[in-house]
Design a protein around this ligand. Structure first.
Ligand code: MRU
Length: 355
């Protein structure tokens, strides 16, 4: 598994995913502005990965701050938090990482500034390690839904590259493969920036999982022919009522799945679940540049000056979601509220392949 992001010698190294699969190149970030630029320009992308990058970027920024006391230190970090939160609005993992760091600063408000600086580096590395463990747990809970002979549709890239490692939607596939199950994957190419074509197919080929690439508009035809048996996708933000924001086109896949009686699963680490928002209608949707639509790479494919809409994400209503697979188990979308409470008996609401 090729690392997505690493903290080394007080620098952040991120794999430049905008150049994959042609070039495998790491960008060295010596300051937080470079990390924020990387998030904005999709050198690093995928909700958990940009959450980790945010924590590492904040740790980098913290090392440069001179402040006499923890309160001033925290105040000087606020604009840094703001620039990460503004960089990509849909993925909740950025806000989640900032909230976690604010909580740490509150908890250790009586520590010295040098101690806090060291803690922020440790915290960023902890977030990375925890993400990989969460993904493996998603894989263990999710593999039960994959049977011999399945053909799994996935959209965008919710693989190792989109996370600290292992992926969310790909984790159940990796565990099912370890269990010796025989299945194949269909990857939507995922216009406009082709995460499925460039990243998911590349990753799955490296993992030795049979993968076939299709254009986004082929999925319905394959479902009608009975050639897809389940769909698994990731999420940028799943909210209290089970509505799921993910890469544009996910909603179309979910509607097609319902029409054809195909189960539609969402792999969601707890860091991507936003318990502060009651419904998907309130999720901010990022709109990106017209060039992503008018060009493929550097090649123009549309007339100059054409009007463009480029929504980066859509929201799939909970009614289309068969189950949400988290590191705590798989749950019906309607049961998410109960996940927020620490006294819920999770065994009572977990769903298994037989239920
Ligand atoms: O614009 P991107 O490439 O950051 O979009 C990524 C997705 O939509 C993923 O499916 C989502 O972030 C989940 S990644 C585990």
């Amino acid at each position: 598994m090729i690392p997505t992001i690493e903290w080394k010698d007080n620098r952040v190294f991120m794999l430049d995913q905008s150049r994959l699969p042609i070039d495998v190149v790491y960008v060295e970030c010596r300051d937080y502005l470079k990390v924020a630029e990387g998030i904005k320009k999709l050198w690093i992308r995928g909700a958990p990965a940009i959450g980790i990058a945010t924590a590492m970027g904040i740790a980098l920024a913290a090392q440069e701050i001179s402040a006499g006391d923890p309160l001033k230190f925290g105040q000087k970090l606020e604009p840094v938090f703001g620039s990460f939160i503004a960089s990509r609005p849909t993925a909740v993992n950025i806000q989640w990482a900032v909230d976690r760091i604010r909580g740490l600063l509150r908890k250790w408000k009586d520590e010295t500034v040098p101690a806090l600086k060291a803690m922020l580096i440790e915290e960023a590395q902890k977030i990375l390690a925890e993400d990989i463990e969460a993904n493996k747990a998603i894989g263990r809970w999710g593999a039960q839904f994959i049977r011999d002979g399945d053909t799994i549709l996935t959209h965008c890239n919710a693989g190792s590259l989109a996370t600290g490692g292992y992926g969310t939607a790909t984790a159940p596939m990796l565990i099912a493969q370890e269990e010796g199950k025989k299945f194949q994957v269909i990857a939507d190419e995922t216009r406009p920036v082709l995460q499925g074509a460039r990243l998911t197919s590349w990753e799955l080929m490296q993992a030795g999982i049979p993968v076939t690439l299709i254009t986004d508009n082929t999925a319905g035809a394959l479902m009608k022919r009975g050639e897809i048996t389940l769909a698994v996708v990731g999420t940028d933000r799943t909210v209290m009522n089970g509505d799921v924001a993910n890469k544009i086109g996910t909603y179309t896949v979910a509607v097609l799945c319902k029409e054809h009686g195909i189960p539609f699963y969402v792999a969601a680490p707890m860091s991507s679940i936003d318990f502060s928002i009651p419904s998907g209608d309130l999720i901010p949707i990022e709109e990106r540049s017209a060039e992503e639509v008018t060009h493929i790479g550097t090649c123009r494919i549309a007339p100059e000056g054409v009007k463009v809409r480029n929504l980066a994400f859509d929201v799939t209503p909970a009614a289309y979601v068969t189950a949400i697979i988290t590191e705590k188990g798989a749950f019906r979308p309607g049961d998410l509220t109960r996940l927020a409470s620490s006294d819920t008996d999770l065994d009572a609401i977990r769903i298994t392949a037989g239920r």
